[in-house]
Design a protein around this ligand. Structure first.
Ligand code: SF4
Ligand code: SF4
Length: 205
């Protein structure tokens, strides 16, 4: 769990809540901090802010705090919180909107490996129109430099016929590529920092 520095000023952006409600389709203002989402979250230990803290920080306009948090990348989209929330809020939508914003702005430092996984998946689908696991893992390894992690698991999957050796293309992959490019444009996102990775959904070279 992250402990905030006591004397560090955090700038609030009051219009952030409107942007988030619009992007996620959820009225984040309705959250009254009962904490049921946090109590049921199965990946809480991996997070630096709890799900309810993310909601409160967003209500307070703490854009940087939320977008730079690890929590938004850790969310597994399991919907436990959505099922428990007495206000009917679907936090998966909120987390997805936040990762889209963070991704568009190249703010991936809190969880670089999860972001690298996202980018490798999108690159693969952007080229082929569908996923190709071996290609995606290859891209991921190039990005993370962890070449030998999960080799045993990969061999097991391969032996069971779960991994195709060769990629398959779908008809209309150009259309899929265009949709990805469109989908990655996020209204209200700031320009990525010059050093930020390219998340534009371009085909890998
Ligand atoms: S959807 Fe995300 S935030 Fe909600 S319980 Fe599952 S992992 Fe936690
Ligand atoms: S369960 Fe719903 S109302 Fe309660 S803290 Fe979480 S988001 Fe807010």
């Amino acid at each position: 769990m992250r402990v905030l520095e006591k004397d560090k000023a955090i700038e609030a952006q009051p219009d952030f809540i409107d942007q988030l409600c619009e992007l996620s389709g959820e009225d984040v203002r309705k959250c009254y901090q009962c904490g049921k989402c946090t109590a049921g979250c199965p990946v809480l230990e991996e997070m630096d802010l709890t799900p309810s803290q993310v909601m409160r920080a967003a209500q307070c306009g703490l854009r940087d705090l939320v977008l730079d948090s690890r929590t938004i990348w850790c969310c597994a989209g399991c919907q436990t919180c959505a099922a428990r929330c007495p206000k009917g809020l679907d936090l998966c939508h909120v987390m997805k909107a936040l990762t889209s914003l963070a991704y568009a702005e190249g703010r991936t430092k809190a969880a670089p490996e999860i972001a690298a996984f996202h980018q490798s998946f999108m690159d693969t689908v952007g080229v082929l129109g569908r996923n190709y696991e071996i290609g995606m893992v290859g891209l991921l390894k190039l990005r993370t430099h962890k070449f030998f992690d999960d080799i045993a698991l990969g061999m097991k999957l391969f032996a069971k016929g779960k991994l195709n050796l060769f990629p398959e293309y779908v008809k209309g992959s150009a259309e899929v590529r265009r949709l990805i490019k469109e989908g990655l444009k996020v209204e209200g996102a700031s320009a990525p920092a010059p050093s930020a990775p390219n998340h534009g959904g371009e085909a890998p070279k």
